[in-house]
Design a protein around this ligand. Structure first.
Ligand SMILES: *Cc1c(COP(=O)(O)O)cnc(C)c1O
Length: 376
């Protein structure tokens, strides 16, 4: 079987984990966490990056920092992972879902303004497949209506929009380092903070509501409970695994992009014949080959293609069931306007095997079998 995903592994992870263990510093905020935070800050230009236990938790931290309260409304696409919504639902917010653009599968920036009410507090764009949303328009709307922007950049590490790093464009950016993402620490993530005035508050929320970070820097002589918070910092052993990968981020990125480009070229013919559609990358975006998807003509054809590939030893998958159709989505949210593309486009999409070091032989086989399905 050609798996759908293989977690990235270079070999150096073991050396760094050993180093973390030998330093007898395996709790949070050890040296590897600092290296990773610094790497993200230098790479993205954000004022502050803090490793977290997951992208879900980064989103929760953003919701806490924005002081989201019951009755507040938050605008986001319905075509996303549950965590995008759940982090705000936990604070009592109502989720207002807006339709996506059929080209990028990202929130349709032209539909956002109509969904804003006097209860709206934030817009949460999701950079699907590491392809940036139309951020200039989104930031301009947010500014005009005095709203905050939280980027769900779980899939966006190393992606860019108009030369800016995804995750470092809005007020807060949330990265995922789950094993299914481009760079991994098993479970983990990061919160990117744009406004330096929010850094200390973020550190407090991440450290159980205490000012322990200030204490550890020697700026106060005792630390105490100063706000609500939780435990959002990962073990330094996990950070050690991630550090090995961030050091080689360009190499990993190039390797994934090569597979992505190969798929893209190979499926040009079946796109021209009208069988499938390939991903669209707007000119202002640099993607990171987080995923390669095709869109079949309809759900029935997609189901047949997935099972044909499976019979031939290839695991292809689909996602997401739009959140507004899920039981919790109905309870906590509402779709604003017409669902023109969210359901229809999500039902056609399937993801092909895509991971660091996918072999040429395996990508050849995937290509051959997809084309065989259509052309016999
Ligand atoms: C993976 C993912 C998340 C959740 O990331 P975790 O690190 O597993 O919490 C959130 N949003 C999107 C769009 C994702 O793809």
């Amino acid at each position: 079987m050609i798996p759908f995903n293989v977690p990235p592994f270079l070999g150096t992870e073991m050396d760094y984990i050993k180093e973390a263990v030998q330093a007898q510093k395996i709790c949070g905020d050890g040296q590897f966490t600092k290296y990773c935070n610094q790497w993200i800050e230098e790479k993205t230009g954000t004022a502050k990056a803090l490793l977290t236990t997951s992208c879900t938790h980064s989103l929760e931290m953003a919701a806490l920092l924005l002081e989201i309260k019951p009755g507040d409304e938050v605008i986001m696409p319905s075509f996303t992972f549950v965590s995008t919504a759940d982090a705000f639902v936990l604070r009592g917010a109502k989720i207002v879902f807006v339709d996506i653009r059929p080209d990028t599968m990202n929130i349709d920036e032209k539909l956002i303004e109509d969904a804003i009410t006097d209860k709206t507090k934030a817009i949460v764009p999701v950079h699907y497949a590491g392809v940036g949303c139309e951020m200039d328009t989104i930031l301009e709307i947010a500014k005009r209506h005095n709203l905050k922007v939280v980027e769900d950049a779980a899939q966006g590490v190393m992606g860019e929009y108009k030369g800016q790093a995804l995750g470092a464009i809005g007020d807060y950016g949330c990265y995922s380092f789950h094993e299914t993402k481009n760079y991994s620490m098993g479970e983990g993530g990061a919160l990117l903070i744009k406004d330096p005035a929010q850094i200390e508050n973020a550190e407090i929320i991440r450290e159980k509501g205490t000012n322990r970070s200030v204490f550890l820097r020697g700026q106060i002589d005792k630390y105490t409970w100063v706000n609500h918070g939780s435990s959002y910092l990962p073990s330094d052993m996990n950070a050690a695994y991630l550090w090995a990968q961030l050091q080689e981020a360009d190499m990993i990125n190039n390797n994934r992009l090569a597979t992505w480009d190969k798929y893209y070229k190979a499926f040009e013919g079946i796109e021209n014949d009208g069988y499938v559609q390939r991903p669209v990358i707007p000119a202002e975006c640099r993607h990171n080959a987080h995923m390669f998807y095709l869109k079949a003509r309809n759900i029935e054809e997609r189901t047949r293609l997935i099972s044909f590939l499976k019979q031939n030893g290839i695991l292809a998958v689909f996602h997401y069931i739009p959140l507004h159709n899920a039981p919790a989505g109905k309870r906590f949210g509402e779709f604003h306007g017409e669902d023109k593309f969210t359901t229809k486009e999500s039902e056609r999409l399937l993801r092909l095997p895509m991971y660091y070091n996918l072999t040429d032989a395996d990508s050849d086989k995937v290509i051959e079998k997809v084309i065989e399905f259509y052309k016999g």
